[in-house]
Ligand binder design. Structure first.
Ligand code: AMP
Ligand code: ZN
Length: 493
């Protein structure tokens, strides 16, 4: 069975059937670039990355776009405080977020449009909605979407509209409008907008685009009038995506997205993340603390996107161990393959050696889990079951059949095309190994100088310093050799 995804719109699992499998059109709501992204944002972005990688792994061709919101209330407020224009203020955050995304092993998407580059097209869309009688202008030069003229309004979130009439307050309450539930397509200019360069001319008056309008336009211009997939965090279902549907479908008469996917919000140490609770963690902070990118990536990816995920220090440690287990196993297989006796011509080897069969099963179990609405924890489970099986196989006396070694390495590399944790973890391991090697060589040199000076106490101290880090020295006729003992990477000579 192929991939099935949970469509927020229909509240059901649906088969994934893109219009053109060679160019699957995907739009994901990206960060508002007024500060560093937090780990909750990155749960969502890493989910986009997982989806991106998985669809490519399954052979689809993609056109995958994630925007940067560079004009809205938050960017304007932050730019004013910093006494910069929005362009000056936001661009460094776009770069920082891309650098953090790279550090977490995210593959680049095809395009990262900035909202401010599409204002002309936004004005065109507003004009079309006014033309169709789906929007109205107000005295201050704002334009609002008239939700009473769009019967489908509410279909994504399942909101009861009449409830909205009394209870729901729409965010733009400082602008005048006919009905509290109507949302701004265009916000009439205010002096603070001019201050930071966030105002544009439009036929109905100077101002700036509403947030929902920005994503409708970037999505339609860069991906198409009907997206195969529209992605976002669960907080965006209402009003953001409800608004996008109203604007886009109101203008085109076509469904804006076939499938809507929403990522459940990350919790931190069991609580909602918020500045006031002091549990607001950025990826930058974790990286600066020296937490390994592979552990962060593993932890943020470890639960299926619609399930609860709780980020914790204990969880990070468990993730670190999980990544180490994968890398150790990979090293172990590679060594066993080096040591294996090679193909035995005509020998009575079974047609399918055990680890080859296990690798095959793991691959199909992984795909089956991922096809089930991207159940990544099931996918990881399949991988770790294989690792246990492989370790037991390597514990046996019988030497590894090279076919087994190759099948195991191929499986690990293939699944990591999707997961991307071994790739990240092994980069860090190589760096650590190089650093360690340089340090050990330096200490050995210092020890041999101490010995030349007959400073035995110092020479012994250096030997102990090395022993503390698991390095054992062997003095021989041709100099001093060293090896690691009890270390994850194995001995070095
Ligand atoms: P923002 O920068 O606030 O516009 O958010 C960027 C993306 O991160 C959106 O798709 C949000 O839905 C998502 N997001 C925000 N907070 C969280 C969270 N705690 N967990 C998961 N995703 C989040
Ligand atoms: Zn959006």
């Amino acid at each position: 069975m192929g991939l099935r995804l949970h469509n927020t719109l229909t509240r059901r699992l649906e088969p994934f059937e893109p219009a053109d499998p060679d160019r699957v059109g995907i739009y994901g709501c990206g960060p508002t670039i007024y500060g560093h992204a937090h780990i909750g944002n990155f749960r969502t972005f890493l989910f986009y990355d997982l989806l991106h990688r998985y669809l490519e792994w399954k052979g689809y061709g993609l056109h995958f776009v994630m925007n940067f919101t560079d004009v809205d209330d938050k960017t304007i407020g932050a730019a004013r405080e910093a006494e910069l224009t929005i362009a000056e203020y936001t661009e460094p955050f776009a770069e920082a977020i891309l650098a953090e995304a790279d550090a977490l092993g995210m593959r680049r998407f095809d395009l990262y449009p900035r909202a401010t580059a599409y204002v002309d097209r936004m004005i065109e869309l507003v004009a079309a909605l006014l033309e169709k009688g789906l929007a109205y202008t107000t005295a201050d030069g704002s334009v609002f979407f008239d939700i009473s003229a769009f019967p489908d309004y509410g279909k994504l979130s399942g909101k009861d509209l009449d409830q909205g009439r009394t209870g729901e307050r729409v965010a733009d309450d400082e602008y005048e409008k006919d009905d509290a539930r109507d949302f701004a397509l265009w916000k009439g200019v205010k002096p603070e907008d001019e201050e930071v360069g966030a105002a544009w001319d439009a036929p109905w008056g100077r101002g700036r685009p509403g947030w929902h309008l920005e994503c409708s336009v970037m999505g339609m211009v860069e991906v198409g009038e009907t997206l195969d997939l529209h992605l976002g965090g669960e907080d965006l279902i209402f009003p953001h995506h409800e608004g996008e549907i109203a604007q886009s479908e109101g203008a085109t008469g076509k469904p804006f997205a076939r499938i809507w996917l929403h990522v459940k919000h990350l919790r931190v140490e069991g609580e909602k993340m918020s500045k006031s609770l002091g549990n607001f963690i950025t990826v930058r902070q974790l990286l600066d603390e020296g937490v390994s990118p592979a552990a962060i990536r593993h932890q943020l990816l470890s639960a299926q996107y619609r399930r609860e995920l709780n980020f914790s220090r204990a969880g990070l440690e468990a993730s670190e161990k999980a990544v180490t287990r994968l890398l150790d196993f990979r090293d172990r297989v590679a060594r066993a393959l080096d040591d294996s006796p090679g193909e035995e011509e005509g020998a009575a080897t079974p047609p399918v050696p055990p680890l080859v069969a296990a690798a095959r099963n793991a691959r199909s179990a992984f795909e089956e889990a991922m096809d089930d609405d991207l159940n990544v924890s099931g996918g990881l489970g399949a991988l770790f079951t294989f690792v246990s099986r492989g370790n037991s196989r390597l514990d046996e006396d019988a030497p590894l059949d090279p076919r087994e070694g190759r099948a195991a390495l191929e499986l690990l590399d293939s699944l990591d095309q999707v997961l991307g944790v071994m790739e990240l973890g092994s980069q860090a391991r190589t760096v650590h190994d190089d650093e360690l090697e340089a340090w050990v060589e330096d200490r050995i040199q210092a020890r041999s100088e101490a010995r030349k000076d007959r400073d035995w106490a110092r020479a012994d101290a250096i030997r102990e310093e090395l022993a503390d880090r698991g390095i054992v020295l062997e003095d021989g006729a041709d100099g001093t050799r060293w090896k690691r003992v009890g270390a994850a990477v194995g001995d070095r000579g």
